[in-house]
Design a protein around this ligand. Structure first.
Ligand code: ZN
Length: 235
C-alpha cells in the first residue's frame, strides 16, 4: 500500500508504471483436508448443491465445487472455488486465484461482500465467489483484509474477532509479480457504459480498479468516490 501511494503522488503525468501484486503460495500441511471440508460446508450453507469434485493430487487433496442450478438463494451463477492448494494474488486490481496457468480474478470494485465463514475468507461478487481458506492462506487472507478495508470498506462484513489469529501483513510478504491477464476488453465503462474494445482505451481507478473508457473518465470514481483526475492509470 505504501508504495502505491508513493507511485500515484509522483506520477502526476501518465507514466507507464509497472503494476505489481503479491503472490502467495499455499502453506503446506494437514490443513488442506480441513479446508476442503470447510469449503463443502460453505457450499451447503449457501443452500446449493455440490455438483462436482475433482481430486487433482492425492497427496494434497483439494476440491472444487461447482454450484449450479441457478444458485437457488441468489439467483445468479456462482462459481464456488476452494483454493486451498492454489496460489493467490493480491494487489492494486483485486484478488486472483491461480489455477495452473489460468488466473481467476475478482476486482475490488466488483466485490459486494467480504466475510469470514467456515474458516475461510469469502469474496462475493455479482457472478463469482472466491473462498480463501484461512488455514492454508493466512497471509493472503490478511493482505486481502488489509487492502479491502482501505479500498472497498462498504463491502466489509467481518467482525474484528473473526480475523484474530491472522498474521500481521508486512511489506516483505509474498512474491511481487507483474499484474497480468486483466481481461479488460469486453468490460463497459462504469461512467458511460461504452464498451471497452481495446485495453489501451481503459483507465483504471487506483483505489478500486473500476474501469473507465479514456474519453469518459469522470473526476471521481463512481464506485469508491475517490479522485480520478491525474490518478486513473492506463494499462
Ligand atoms: Zn474507485
Amino acid at each position: 500500500m505504501a508504495e502505491n501511494k508513493k507511485v500515484s503522488k509522483k506520477s502526476r503525468k501518465r507514466e507507464k508504471v509497472e503494476r505489481k501484486e503479491r503472490r502467495f503460495a499455499p502453506s503446506q500441511g494437514q490443513s488442506s483436508l480441513y479446508s476442503g471440508v470447510g469449503g463443502m460446508a460453505g457450499a451447503l450453507a449457501l443452500g446449493a448443491g455440490v455438483y462436482g469434485q475433482w481430486v487433482r493430487n492425492p497427496a494434497l487433496p483439494w476440491a472444487q465445487y461447482l454450484v449450479a442450478g441457478g444458485a437457488v438463494t441468489l439467483g445468479i451463477a456462482l462459481w464456488f472455488s476452494d483454493t486451498s492448494a492454489d496460489p493467490i494474488r493480491v494487489g492494486p486490481v483485486g484478488v486472483a486465484i491461480e489455477k495452473g496457468s489460468e488466473l481467476t480474478r475478482i476486482a475490488w470494485c466488483d466485490l459486494k461482500r467480504v466475510s469470514i465463514e467456515n474458516k475461510a475468507l469469502r469474496l462475493e461478487g455479482d457472478d463469482l465467489v472466491l473462498s480463501v481458506p484461512l488455514s492454508t492462506h493466512p497471509l493472503a487472507a490478511a493482505w486481502i483484509l488489509k487492502e479491502a478495508v482501505e479500498r472497498v470498506p462498504d463491502a466489509m462484513d467481518v467482525k474484528g474477532s473473526q480475523s484474530d489469529g491472522l498474521p500481521e501483513p508486512k511489506d516483505g510478504d509474498g512474491e511481487l509479480v507483474l499484474v497480468e491477464n486483466l481481461q479488460i476488453a469486453g468490460r463497459h465503462c462504469a461512467e458511460s457504459d461504452t464498451a471497452i474494445s481495446f485495453e489501451r482505451d481503459a483507465r483504471l481507478c487506483p483505489t478500486c480498479a473500476q474501469v473507465y473508457h479514456r474519453d469518459h473518465t469522470p473526476k471521481k470514481c463512481v464506485t469508491c468516490g475517490d479522485e480520478l483526475a491525474g490518478r486513473a492509470y492506463a494499462l
